[in-house]
Design a protein around this ligand. Structure first.
Ligand SMILES: *[C@@H]1O[C@H](CO)[C@@H](O)[C@H](O)[C@H]1NC(C)=O
Ligand SMILES: *[C@@H]1O[C@H](CO)[C@@H](O)[C@H](O)[C@H]1NC(C)=O
Ligand SMILES: *[C@@H]1O[C@H](CO)[C@@H](O)[C@H](O)[C@H]1NC(C)=O
Ligand SMILES: *[C@@H]1O[C@H](CO)[C@@H](O)[C@H](O)[C@H]1NC(C)=O
Ligand SMILES: *[C@@H]1O[C@H](CO)[C@@H](O)[C@H](O)[C@H]1NC(C)=O
Ligand SMILES: *[C@@H]1O[C@H](CO)[C@@H](O)[C@H](O)[C@H]1NC(C)=O
Ligand SMILES: *[C@@H]1O[C@H](CO)[C@@H](O)[C@H](O)[C@H]1NC(C)=O
Ligand SMILES: *[C@@H]1O[C@H](CO)[C@@H](O)[C@H](O)[C@H]1NC(C)=O
Length: 535
């Protein structure tokens, strides 16, 4: 098994590991992903009033999802990621029912709660007709059995397909050492109410059965990419073999904020892409009393440590984490977080409900049915997402080098991060900040353009002209993010179609605020420098 990795390291085709008939890593880099929890997105009859208990099925389906694809595509998303699709264990347990799809019992049967095999094919077809990609979440680490907390869990392996015997699984032990790979890869996760029988993915027989399964699944439903659940909990050698067999790009879940622990999956060619947990933690912290400098530092670490940050999926929410708005209600802060997710290097990944500013806490409260929002397309974050995805799609339409080029940091301090991404002519310059809607008015000068360029700030539809050094002025106000694009390149983006107004400072308080701001900047710079000296 290890020789696969070594062979990979010297083979030219290795860079394309995991890329076959399906969409390639470079194609995925041009996409933005909307994560759908199928049970909670839309019901077949689109009803919104029948109440649902968050631990149980709420009856969302693939047919419902097909009916509501406009809601997703109108936000500019070009791919969706859906819950696992295979048959799960039935009935209630001490931790609820399998509404989420992660409790596999039969890899060769479709989850009937979500629909028929034909419904899933119809979903795939409907997406492809819209030019969108389908990413499917897959569980490779374990099969599930309900139990009443008698240890060791009494599992009836004959319930499973195709792994219908104890010989395909590791012997029971509870994961207790979260920093010991042998322990967290070979033992069973979270034995409470449900036993997650841990597949023996070191066994050649299991490897053959899993690779044969994933080939069939990808082919039968024309899947374009995979999200691999709990990738950290299987042995390293299994991952590239599985991804290669699938023939498609994959984002493998490795929940760690430690650069080396995450990046090793890329440097050792174990996985092509991963959700970007390296930037998740500092991004969250920057809006929760932390400093934007930590995000800037984490970006540099990821850049140095990983092989390809452009193949990481940027996110601030997913189905496993408390919602952003659970701790931070402020809309301006939510807009800054969303702006970063959509315009950062890598593949933007937005979890359903983030655009509605849902505020649930940990599982299952972060799994609110989307229909409770009545699919409100006038919600502020829906509008922001639509605007920025459309802008990003426009930049990519000028050439995929937008998506395959790494951002340059223009300006950063404890409160700000300004980045420039993309080649001359289709570059996007943006500044996020963490000052909230209580933030002051001030001017911030940022570069990234050529002298005399006419530039549109796309969130306010105001124009500014780049000065003799190619800088433009961001009129910062109430903590809003700022996003700039060349006026001449904005054609056909469907943005600012009612025209733009020129941004000119009129308020006399602005000059005063500017004075205050310069002082803050100097202080911030001094503090940043002092902190640097301490390292
Ligand atoms: C979901 O569907 C099942 C089976 O049809 C039904 O018993 C249940 O009441 C439904 N639940 C909701 C929340 O609609
Ligand atoms: C667990 O206990 C409950 C209540 O006694 C029972 O209904 C259920 O069937 C048991 N489940 C298993 C898997 O033994
Ligand atoms: C399993 O280990 C966890 C700690 O990782 C502990 O909280 C839990 O009680 C253990 N469960 C069993 C059934 O041993
Ligand atoms: C794919 O379809 C073939 C032909 O119907 C079937 O034999 C196979 O079991 C399917 N594979 C999966 C994973 O559904
Ligand atoms: C923004 O950053 C500053 C400086 O690090 C910090 O004091 C402040 O609490 C942060 N704001 C938020 C909303 O977290
Ligand atoms: C955002 O809302 C504004 C104001 O209602 C509207 O003019 C604009 O078209 C919306 N943007 C998008 C991309 O939907
Ligand atoms: C131009 O913008 C850069 C940040 O991109 C900033 O460091 C520089 O000070 C600005 N120049 C002027 C003259 O304001
Ligand atoms: C944009 O223009 C259209 C038609 O001219 C008008 O109906 C709409 O209200 C305008 N929207 C804004 C945000 O001004």
């Amino acid at each position: 098994m290890r020789c696969f990795t070594l062979a990979c390291a010297v083979s030219a085709s290795c860079a394309l590991a995991g890329v076959g008939r399906g969409a390639s890593a470079d194609q995925w880099k041009t996409r933005s992903i909307y994560q759908v929890m199928v049970d909670r997105f839309a019901r077949t009859d689109l009803s919104t009033t029948a109440p649902c208990t968050l631990y149980e099925f709420c009856n969302g389906t693939w047919a419902g999802l097909i009916s509501k694809l406009d809601y997703i595509q109108d936000m500019g998303f070009t791919a969706i990621q859906i819950s696992p699709v295979v048959k799960n264990l039935e009935g209630n347990t001490a931790v609820g029912t399998a509404y989420h799809g992660y409790w596999t019992v039969d890899d060769y049967a479709i989850n009937e709660h979500f629909g028929t095999a034909q419904d899933l094919k119809d979903l795939s077809d409907a997406l492809h007709q819209r030019g969108m990609y389908l990413m499917v979440d897959v569980v490779i680490n374990n099969f599930a059995a309900a139990f009443n907390n008698t240890i060791p869990p009494p599992v009836d392996y004959s319930d499973f397909n195709p792994f219908n015997d104890a010989k395909y699984f590791h012997k029971y032990c509870n994961v207790t050492m979260w920093d010991n790979p042998t322990n967290y890869q070979d033992c069973w996760l979270y034995p409470y109410g449900v036993a997650l029988a841990d597949l023996d993915t070191e066994s050649n027989t299991v490897v053959d059965m899993m690779t044969s399964w994933i080939k069939g699944l990808v082919a039968n439903y024309s899947i374009d990419g995979l999200r691999i659940d709990a990738a950290k909990h299987v042995n390293d050698e299994f991952l590239p073999t599985f991804v290669e067999a699938s023939g498609v790009f994959a984002l493998g879940e490795v929940l760690t904020g430690v650069t080396d622990d995450l990046c090793r999956y890329q440097t050792l060619d174990l996985l092509p892409g991963l959700p970007n947990y390296l930037e998740y933690f500092p991004l969250y912290a920057a809006f929760n009393g932390g400093s934007m400098d930590s995000l800037t530092a984490a970006r540099a670490d990821a850049q140095n440590g990983c092989t390809d940050t452009l193949a990481l999926g940027t996110f601030i929410e997913n189905h496993d984490l408390p919602r952003f708005a659970n701790t931070v209600e402020d809309m301006a802060l939510a807009k800054n977080a969303m702006t970063y997710v959509l315009l950062n290097d890598g593949i933007p990944t937005v979890y359903q409900g983030q655009e509605q500013h849902f505020s649930g806490n940990s599982t299952p409260f972060n799994r609110e049915p989307l229909w409770s929002s009545e699919y409100d397309t006038s919600a502020p974050l829906y509008n922001l997402t639509a605007t920025l995805n459309k802008l990003r799609n426009t930049a990519i339409a000028y050439g995929t080098s937008y998506a395959t080029s790494t951002s340059e940091t223009l300006f950063s301090d404890v409160n700000h991060l300004c980045l420039r991404k993309g080649p001359q002519g289709s570059q996007i310059v943006f500044c996020i900040n963490n000052q909230s809607s209580q933030g002051p008015s001030y001017e911030l000068s940022v570069g990234g353009f050529s002298p005399g360029d006419s530039v549109v700030e796309v969130l306010t539809c105001t124009t500014v002209t780049a000065d003799g050094t190619g800088n433009v002025t961001a009129y910062m106000d109430k903590g809003e993010p700022k996003v700039f694009f060349l006026a001449r390149s904005l054609n056909n983006a469907g943005l600012c179609s009612n025209g733009t107004t020129s941004a000119t400072p009129t308020s006399k308080s602005l000059a005063a605020a500017r004075g205050v701001w310069s002082a803050t900047l100097l202080l911030g710079a001094a503090l940043g420098w002092a902190a640097w000296l301490l390292v």
